[in-house]
Design a protein. Sequence first.
Lengths: 497, 503
Amino acid sequence: MKEVYEMTVNSIFGESSTNIWSFQLTELYLLPIFGILLLLVIPGRKVDLIRQVALTTSLLTFVYSLFFWFTFNHLSTKFQFIESFTFSDMHITAGIDGISIFFVLLTTFLIPICILASWNSIQKYVKEYMICFLLLDVMLLAVFTILDLIMFYIFFESVLIPMFLIIGIWGSRTRKIRAAYQFFLYTLIGSLLMLVAILYIYFEFGTTDYQLLLNAYFSESQQLWLWLAFFVSFAVKVPMVPFHIWLPEAHVEAPTAGSVILAGILLKLGTYGLIRFSLPLFPIASAYYTPLVYTMSVVAVIYTSLTTLRQIDLKKIIAYSSVAHMGIVTIGLFTGNLQGIVGSVFIMLSHGLISSALFLCVGVLYDRYHTRIIKYYNGLAATMPLFAVIFVFFTLANLGFPGTSAFVGEFLTFAGALQNNTWVTFFSATGMILGAAYSLWLCNRVLFGDLAKGVYIDITRRECMVFVPLILLTLWLGIAPDPFLYTLHVSVSCLLN
Amino acid sequence: MYPEIFLTATICVLLVYGAFAPKMSTISHKRKTQSIINNNLFFNISWLVIFSLTIALFLLPAVNGSSVTIFNNLLIVDDLTTIVKGIILISSIATLFISMAYVKKESINAFEFTLLLLLAILGLFCLVSSNDLISLYLAIELQSLCLYVVAAFKRDSEHSVEAGLKYFVLGALSSGLLLFGSALIYAYTGTTNFDQLLLLNLSSNLDQAVTTSFHTGFLIGIVFLSFGLLFKLAAVPFHMWAPDVYEGSPTSVTAFFAIVPKIAILAVFTRLYFTVFYDIIYIHLQSQGSIVFLNFCAIGSMVVGAFGALKQHKIKRLLAYSAIGHMGYMLIGISTGTLEGLEALFIYIIIYIIMTIGTFSVVISLRKSKNISDLNGLNQANPLLAFSLAIILFSTAGIPPLAGFFSKLFLFFSAMSSSMYLLVIVGIFTSIVGCFYYLRLIKVAYFSQQLSLSDTRYLFKSIFVTKEISILLGIVFFWLILFIFYPSPLFVVAHKIALALCV
């Protein structure tokens, strides 16, 4: 593979390009690991130093991952930056294609934001907290880049350990234990079924290498069973409606940055798994089960949107709206045409930015007033104008306002779904209206009306620094999505063939 | 047989030393109280035992694929025995460190304790090497008798005596079963030697000359023999003794029960199943579906281990149920009847031993370690200890990328490849249930209510990690985390063991 890649790159960029730009995935993994090692030797009382080191390493990782994006060959359908390791006596390859590059970027982008967001709000066990986040960074990067089923499974699962600790230790209330449990066990039950499927694949084909398996032929009955086993595990992570109970709990109890990671990246693990494994490996089964997925997704969109209207907890509202948006993503994935799939990947990215930003907004409020119950908030626009602007911006983005990233994704998804099934499109579009209802109503309740609270601090400079990149990216994705869409088009059309 | 001979000699010498040393030291330090002298003697002898175990480690023959029978075919020495003995030695050294830490906080300091453990180790050695039903029985009795005594070693505690008695009565029953099985086998075949039984059981011979009556009696013999061994392994439905004995015995003895004997009994179990009776069990019986009882034991152990542990409040009872559950997973490896299954079994047991050493080192470091709620606030009192406990428990629960996950992975894979889907599915569901109670321990250690400063200080004082324990914990901790990067040595070991049996 590497030779093929080098040949294509050489033919396009000329001989020298590979020599100058040789970035390695291993180095990308090693950067946060280096940060963890550095943190381990710093004594726990030097809190500021720990924060700075964590932020710097995560930022360096982000910058390094940007180089991958710059040198990425957008015209190639192949996996790029291919690397092979001999790992546990297995031959593992890692690589990036036009789909996973965005998830890598999203991960490396959100981790520094998380660290920055929990700068002051986390006061106990700061060192362990930062180590957990850098560990999550490595594991998520590995999940998105490794092209091997067993290794994918291992990292997919191991994300549970730091996340369990983050919810359990730094969560806000005593209910956090229940939330951590639910999060852990739900995900574990789902993914162990995937493990059985992976073992079966290994037993049948003698390999778990993704690129080799793409050429393997699965019989129809095999596909139907394997697809189901994979689907359960991904559906828990997405989460699709019958399996979504853990999500509001986990979101509400996690610290702000934990919610950001959950909504921004962990939810995307499920849909990433679907697009990476379920669709290309089991095409017949994917077509066979499309009605099931459509039904579950439509139920998710409408039911969770209606549920959102009834919530009184700020974080729960955003959590349920995440379920609704992920429902639209799964509809898009199973449309089976270019617009649908590209649109749904685009929604994943935009949702990763917007819902993270909304959780950060809630975090800003929580830091000041230490409550998340809506009825205690009123008329914040009078005292926190800057915050009000940001909150309104992201609320509009959340409901798919034209000019923001969500609009592009949802438009493409519905365009794709319309070619396939009118009713599904119709019902999921109802979700958009309901989405507008709860988002605007939320905005209304929190920002306008009489002033109820007495703390008059607008967002600080640090919080501003957290929001500005998110706003810029949301606008960029909404106004000029071309660079992203081109890359996605190539990879997705390869996937469809 | 050098290690065995050496150990026997050591036991004799140390007994004499233990009998005379107190008198000599009373003469020299008249003012010291008796308990201090006993304590010193205990530590002297423990260090000597550890030293002699280390020497025995070097006396083990090289692993070279050869197999020798000695003492009129009573005993055998091959790669299996050598490697398993090595593991027994290393794990018992770890157990002795644990028990020394235990003695520091509780005053059971009779030096006979260590010597009884040494005698049990000798019994295990003979058990691993046994090549005849008679030597098998004698060896198993030697180790059981020593363990009955040490289970009841805390004489002033009712629980301990109760545990010893229970273990003794039920153990005697199982020995009876084992002996009855051996007698039946002898009655129907006229031999007790493994090699001759093997020749008799080769499938070609079975087809020609065996009558049905021969079959039935012989089969019942095999089943009884297996029951006797499954009892020692605490597999369902022979598990009843385990929770009581684990709970009642002094923690150091529990650690020994949980860590050391299992691999020896498994070794002889696999020798019976994979060489001596292989053809009759896996070829004759599997075609008739009669190997069901082993699958039943496996499923039963997994289910009882998982669900039984849910409601426990005592740490040691919980660990007992977890041991039962793990035994169920290991039985999967036996019931596959393949080389991969055997390898997976030994990978599993080695990783399990290491994890158990870790768990018990943490448990022993807490001064009060009876109830699960005693772990409360461990994270505040000693974050490092809490973190090691968390990693060890995550690994025991089988969460990747820790070592415990891989042990389960290989077992399930071997079961998949011999199409035992039921076992795999039960295994996976019970390991989810298992996660729940391991997580409960982590939860108690980490997420409990904030303790006041004085509580923390009290707790901090009550945690006592000796130097040896901290080294042990460090090794276990890094091994579990770093296993994923360099697992091949363990694979090679497991492969050598499997080859010794299957060739």
